[in-house]
Design a protein. Structure first.
Lengths: 368, 201, 146
């Protein structure tokens, strides 16, 4: 006797433990197999682009913090670089090195969060998150020492950084860099050979190379599909051409490759931080001498960096007044989500959560 | 046997219905719910002698609250840090942080609430069983925060539901959140004394 | 180093292949006519020597006389970049052809521009509001909203 089934719609609603924020998916299911996926976003749309049209250039910096709130130093850096490109300002040497050190620390912290919550979705409930949280607290202590805040720093300014690093920072970061490789080895050792983890992530959610380029993916998602495109190497900004590091790529483009690319990027970031600490000038100006009501010349520009989640960019149009005429933010994770339809159709509901977790989204950046 | 089929709507109709509901919220939720502040910091000892049942119920209620994190934005990560190993939240009995409203006592609203999300927030508040409390954490939940002039942000979550404790900050440090939870404990005890029928609910 | 291509030479090549399409070029960008946009995008993607297969930014600006839609294209193989612009006139129903058939990266970005600025993209498979809800009146990012 055959049972009659029919297609039905299931709502993975905005408030859900594994959607990493307020994200909604409308699924059409046939039994347990997914036949269609529609992501619905906009539950955190705060209108940052419209608010930016009525604030001065320095007042926009705290707004950019709240975009990708797990990596807010890199958001600040991208915005400040775009404004400096527009106005043609050059920043002091010591400030460049400080920016690089904080961007790479932020990359390690953000990847730890991504990997921890991905393992949470795979079934290792919260233990990997707490292991990685232990190291993240050390990174947050370093930031607290410098700018007094734990999560949303507001530290970069147009033309430099807001204040110099204190004396006890350098010994602390040297100690952190010396002991971190042992912890990354510990995470790997605990999870890499686990049968359940391998069965759930190898071969699941494959994103082929041509699709990844056609949809405009960037960041670890693009590199795990086999395309060696990292803006720090291909189009170096700031002083990244002085450092020696590698760009890890994967072959298959499945969830396991995305996890492995992130782990290897953490090791490469530690290499960059070591080189930056040894090359940094011992004394020098770090601040900017940009006035409070800063008027850049009229024109437009696009400034972009390699943020932990991908290729983050700011498009600024200025008409010579104290506030920008138009500010547009290019979010890498919104573009990565275009691939969800390709990757999820044909799989079961339990695999959806894993595939979504491996894309590493932050809703503050998607919705702006 | 008759199978009762519910009305199934297509996705387009569901979207339109959601939009109409949000527009109706925009029109009706223009004023704030009044803050229940009769419980300001009084000496609880000066009150009348508690019966043993009231004291026991008050003690049990404050020491084992089940929270529901309605985490939308950045403050949610400071709340997770508060439940981490350094600022341990489970020493106050709030270890079970689950996302289901049916088992929860207190709703922690962390992060910006937009008008699109407001209907979901109110629905979840209505699904919680009595007695229930709400803590608004962070500047965005208290008054809209940095985004107050925006066209799509609710200027404070007390336009949608009554709030008991406000924890300011952007984001507040985990120690501040724990302080807010301690104030909620005091309020629960006082609430049980003022209103003995609450013990029987 | 991702080098921006020389817009004059590129403009000449496009003009030879599709006459009447290039409107102007200044140092940083190339403006084309909106009616020829579909052909120009196919040409830029498939011609050897110019394979622009990666679309990064798609955004639009409201100058009060017209809307300007901006595309930034990158060629991964040759490590080059190009900024392409086109214009849409009229406040009531501005319209531009969609490039979703050529680069699927445009899918969500065109929906967002329709939502916030009101520009219609002809040929888009599913043009609806993305960030705001159904029933929201107006387009917030226009200069005359509020």
């Amino acid at each position: 006797m055959s049972i009659k089934t029919e297609q039905f719609y299931l709502n993975v609603g905005p408030q859900h433990p594994s959607t990493h924020g307020v994200f909604r998916l409308r699924l059409s299911l046939d039994g347990e197999v997914v036949t269609d996926v529609e992501p619905i976003i906009g539950y955190l749309h705060r209108g940052i682009e419209k608010l930016a049209e009525s604030r001065t250039y320095t007042q926009i910096i705290p707004l950019t913090d709240r975009l990708d709130y797990l990596a807010s130093m890199t958001d600040n850096v991208a915005y400040c670089m775009a404004v400096e490109k527009l106005a043609g300002i050059k920043i002091p040497e010591r400030a460049e090195y400080i920016r690089v050190i904080f961007s790479e620390l932020m990359r390690i912290s953000s990847h730890m969060m991504a990997v921890g919550f991905y393992l949470n979705d795979c079934g290792a409930f919260f233990t990997p998150v707490l292991y990685m949280w232990r190291e993240r607290e050390k990174i947050i202590d370093l930031f607290d020492m410098v700018c007094g805040q734990r999560l949303l720093y507001n530290y970069m300014r147009v033309g430099g950084v807001s204040q110099d690093i204190p004396d006890e920072f350098l010994p602390a970061i040297k100690k952190f860099v010396a002991e971190m490789p042992r912890y990354i080895g510990e995470y790997n050792q605990l999870i890499k050979q686990n049968e359940i983890f391998l069965a759930r992530s190898k071969g699941v959610g494959i994103l082929p190379k041509e699709t990844a380029v056609n949809i405009g993916a960037s960041g670890p998602v693009l590199r795990a599909s086999g395309v060696k495109w990292d803006i720090r190497k291909m189009d170096p900004y700031s002083i990244y051409d002085r450092f020696d590091f590698e760009v890890p790529t994967g072959d298959a483009g499945d969830c396991y490759d995305r996890y492995w690319v992130r782990i290897q990027e953490m090791t490469q970031s530690l290499r960059i931080i070591e080189q930056a600490i040894s090359q940094m000038p011992a004394k020098g100006p770090v601040g900017s001498d940009v006035p409070q009501f800063f008027r850049p010349p009229p024109g437009e520009t696009y400034g972009y960096i390699e943020a932990p989640k991908g290729n983050l960019g700011f498009y600024i149009v200025s008409d010579g007044s104290i506030a920008p005429y138009r500010l547009h933010i290019y979010p890498p994770t919104l573009i990565n989500i275009t691939a969800l339809k390709d990757m999820m159709i044909g799989w079961k509901v339990a695999d959806l959560i894993i595939i979504f977790g491996s894309m590493d989204v932050v809703l503050g950046e998607i919705d702006r | 046997m008759e199978i009762i089929r519910p009305e199934v709507s297509t996705p387009q109709e569901a979207d339109l219905a959601e939009g109409n509901l949000i527009n109706s919220f925009l029109e009706t939720c223009t004023s704030q719910y009044p803050d229940p502040d009769k419980w300001l910091d009084e000496e609880i000892r000066r009150n009348v002698l508690l019966t043993t049942v009231d004291a026991a119920v008050a003690w049990a209620r404050q020491r084992s609250i089940f929270p529901l994190i309605f985490g939308t934005a950045c403050c949610a990560f400071e709340m997770i840090a508060a439940s981490g190993p350094r600022f341990d939240l489970s020493r106050f009995g709030m270890d079970i942080i689950r996302f289901s409203p049916r088992q929860a006592d207190v709703m922690l609203i962390t992060g910006t609430i937009t008008w699109k999300m407001a209907t979901a927030a109110r629905m979840i508040y209505d699904q919680m069983p009595e007695p229930k409390w709400v803590i608004a954490i962070g500047a965005c939940a208290i008054s809209g925060g940095t985004f107050r002039e925006s066209y799509s942000v609710v200027p404070g979550v007390n336009h949608i539901m009554p709030v008991d404790v406000y924890v300011p900050g952007c984001p507040p440090r985990p120690e501040a959140m724990i302080h807010g939870i301690n104030r909620l404990h005091a309020k629960i005890v006082k609430g049980t004394i003022d209103n003995p029928n609450l013990a029987l609910k | 180093m991702t080098v921006a291509v020389n817009t004059e030479e590129t403009g000449k090549k496009i003009e030879e292949a599709i006459p009447g399409s290039v409107v102007s070029n200044d140092k940083g960008s190339l403006t084309v006519d909106s009616k020829a946009l579909a052909q120009v995008s196919e040409f830029l993607k498939n011609t050897p020597g110019m394979e622009f297969d990666y679309l990064t930014v798609l955004t639009a600006v409201d100058y009060l006389g017209y809307f300007e839609v901006i595309y930034r294209l990158v060629s991964l193989r040759n490590n080059q970049s190009l900024i392409l612009k086109t214009r849409a006139y009229g406040r009531e129903n501005p319209a531009v052809p969609s490039v979703t058939g050529t680069w699927r990266a445009a899918y969500y970005q065109e929906r967002e521009i329709f939502d916030l600025l009101g520009i219609k993209f002809e040929g888009h498979p599913d043009l609806r509001r993305l960030l705001l809800w159904e029933g929201f009146t107006g387009h917030p990012l226009r200069r005359d909203y509020l």
